[in-house]
Design a protein around this ligand. Sequence first.
Ligand code: HEM
Length: 331
Amino acid sequence: PALVETPDGQTSWMIARYDDVVQALSHPGLSSAFMPGGMLNHTDPPEHTRQRKPIARAFSTRRVEALRPRIQQITDELLDTWETEEEVDVIGTFAYPLPIAVICELLGVPAQDRNLVRTLSSELIAPETMVDAYGRFAVYVQNLLDTKEPGDDVITELRDEPNLVANLVLLITAGHETTVQLIGNGLLALLRDPAMKRRLIDDPILIPDAVEELLRFDGPFPTGLIRVATSDVVIGGVTIPKSSQVMISLGAANRDPSRFADPDVLQLGRNAHVAFGHGIHYCVGARLARIEGEIAFRTLLRRFPELALAAEPEWRESFIRGLASFRVRPK
Ligand code: HEM
């Protein structure tokens, strides 16, 4: 751990080594409850344990595995539009619409609201619009809860849970903003590594493994995790004093050469990346994101084996690392 100055002139501890990150994410003295609003990811036990249980149940392996055929169908429909195009933007035509359709259907958010929740979510993760967007997002969700007919969906299942509005804002946003970047950042990495791309085309059974490696290599959440020390805490032999802010870099841990040899190279068969976090806050949607990534990459590579970059992509400004524009030639 090292003390660093943040862009707003404050100081914070930065944790970057793999072993230190894992230790920090399992340490009860580092609290997630530093923000008002009480979203699941900003609570500590015992409140966290209570809120997480029904949400984790709603995203059970059985439920998300059952979505495979529907995810495949949405993927195929979106990629049909690529068949006749010379050049497309991956983010706008595929990487966004797929996860947003999936999370909205799963939760029970009406299809006609997808553009609205997409806008609210992207405002929620941009520093300058965050606070105002949360208020509007919460009003939208409350209104949905007041008017929605019960159905076979997660909102209906969770409707009597406390803190539902905040947690639905979290589920809608976390449920797509990150998976978009798994698809975007991951596909870019594959296009930049033609040998790996070829291997996956020839042997699609390797694709789940590749999804893990792409999450390690350029995951959506490289720096965004924050904790506050509720007592003096020792991480990697360094004492972090009580009340300090701590930033945990999953991206650095995932490229720590003492854990992953040759970390800047894609290599199948590695495991134990921390792109979904670690410990009690480990991502509730990890299985869903993996399935979406697997279906997305398998279908992209099967249908468009000649897929190639059409222009140098542009990164956007956000703590969720992703591309603003990403143009490719499908054929
Ligand atoms: C938590 C990453 C997809 C819902 C987390 C955390 C990470 C993460 C790093 C831990 C946060 C912390 O410790 O403070 C990712 C990545 C994804 C992804 C990289 C896609 C590639 C999803 C999806 C959902 C989701 C699809 C929707 C169901 C959540 C929730 C939490 C969470 C609700 C909070 C869990 C808790 O605090 O106990 N995610 N996520 N995520 N994620 Fe994901």
